[in-house]
Design a protein around this ligand. Sequence first.
Ligand SMILES: [Fe+2]
Ligand SMILES: [Fe+2]
Length: 146
Amino acid sequence: MKTLKVQQMPKLVWDESYATKIKAFDEQHEVIFTYINDLRDAMMGKKSEEIVNRTLKGLLQYSVTHFIEEEIVLLKYDYPDFDSHQKSHQKFTEEVRRLFVEYKSGKANSRIIAAEITAIVTEWLQIHILQEDFAYTEFLMSKGIQ
Ligand SMILES: [Fe+2]
Ligand SMILES: [Fe+2]
């Protein structure tokens, strides 16, 4: 996966172009964007290890909670692409978890790993929302969810 340097990453602004039109999920995506920006600011502002650590952990925990919430709704309504959507969440979670373990182990340069995680999460989430999350809008709306 190609990654950008944190300094090159534009601030993420949630606007209508990211709207899945499913209110709860749009609100959660917006919170994730805020976490990503906080992390980017923490890293660029050369904040303490503790703040970077706390923000990174918050971002990862919140993202996993969001994935579960989406999966609960998609499973409940028998979304036809449930398996591939869940797999996509899982693949991403495993990759980030692996990097987070490396980050916490203190074996490698933690700043570089934190930057790598930030770049991967930023890139992946935007693409995931715009492609895979957008794909469930019509289906969920047809089930009366909004
Ligand atoms: Fe999502
Ligand atoms: Fe998703």
